[in-house]
Design a protein around this ligand. Sequence first.
Ligand SMILES: Cc1cc2nc3c(=O)[nH]c(=O)nc-3n(C[C@H](O)[C@H](O)[C@H](O)COP(=O)(O)OP(=O)(O)OC[C@H]3O[C@@H](n4cnc5c(N)ncnc54)[C@H](O)[C@@H]3O)c2cc1C
Length: 391
Amino acid sequence: MSGLDAFRTETREWLSENCPVSMRTPMLAADSDSASHDAKLWFERMTARGWTCPTWPEEYGGGGLSDDEATVLSEELARMSARPAMMNTGGTKMLGPVILEFGNDEQKRRFLPRIARGEIRWCQGYSEPGAGSDLAGLQTGAVLEGDEYVINGSKIWTSGADSADWIFCLVRTDPDAPKHDGISFILFDMKTPGVEVHPIRLISGVSPFCQTFFTDVRVPRSNLVGTPNEGWTIAKRLLQFERSMTAELGMNGAPPAARPSMEDLAKTYQGETDGRIANPVLRDAIVRHRMNVTALLSTTRRVEEERALSSGPSATSSMFKYYGTERNKERNDLLLSIMGTNALGWEGGGFSSDELTTTREWLRSRANSIEGGTSEVQLNVISKRVLGLPD
Ligand SMILES: Cc1cc2nc3c(=O)[nH]c(=O)nc-3n(C[C@H](O)[C@H](O)[C@H](O)COP(=O)(O)OP(=O)(O)OC[C@H]3O[C@@H](n4cnc5c(N)ncnc54)[C@H](O)[C@@H]3O)c2cc1C
């Protein structure tokens, strides 16, 4: 038996003994049980093995796995439909990899183990009222005074800022440099005097969004990651990690074990003839969607293999973000076509919980092609960086 086969066997046994049964159904965007007893237990067990961040070095709270071993682990997790064991993906999937790549030793020792253990809830201070797609136009300023940066300005759409412990934030440290050159990447505690968070209320009555204001917020110079004024490179790198993460939504071809497949739903809601979905147009649309998702999965695997041992995601993350989020929207549109008006309820009687979940997931999927950079912006990146077309 090869080393990798032995690792697979041992991993499968360990997961079967340690993953609580209730954690063996994939998480839905509408789920909010991250604080349940089983979710905590699952998280603690995975943290103890370093498997919340499998490829990070053990000294920083990771599992020290090779890329091949990490692939085996994720295959085995997918095999049992296990939910992700994580408390804050902003930390483990976005900021952590960036600190590993650009942080100094002190920052790695200080933040990475706490990120792996989910001890810090992070929010992302990128967008501003005047800078969304044109992110490099950001104006929040940071001026060095002695050993501290003094930060003034405002961020918007800061998801979860009202419950976050820390923020990773883009600030302008050289207002006279060309716009991409004067930016720095800095971390600070949301309890620092001068930080004010205003939740933004949406039409649904709830919202993860906030506008965040900074007035003379004093942040130690040692919290700046990388080189002053070279934060744009770090900002883009983090976006690549974020986009890769969002793209995975499009690969969610199989339904959670507890929910019927799209095909079964189509038969239930639209009828069946000789064991097939009765409506040929719908049948065709579902088959096309399945083929697109399979093609996306295969392409993702091929690109991952081609860049094995290279340093993480690249501009191709824009391709996958674009295509993955469009597939996720397509899947949700199809579910809506299948269920018809049954999937138009927001709450209350007359709708099953699956139907209400479908409505909410459909609405949430609209945001996937905006967050982390809109689809149009991804197409611009693909044109420029992947296809090499002129500006
Ligand atoms: C669910 C969700 C969570 C988010 N969380 C965060 C967060 O935690 N932190 C954070 O900082 N931000 C967050 N955002 C904000 C997000 O990053 C921005 O909404 C996004 O970058 C777009 O910026 P904007 O809203 O200012 O739109 P705009 O930039 O004003 O764009 C408006 C429209 O114009 C199009 N457009 C703009 N420029 C171009 C161009 N050059 N070529 C073609 N089309 C163009 C866009 O595609 C879009 O359709 C979140 C957004 C969503 C939806």
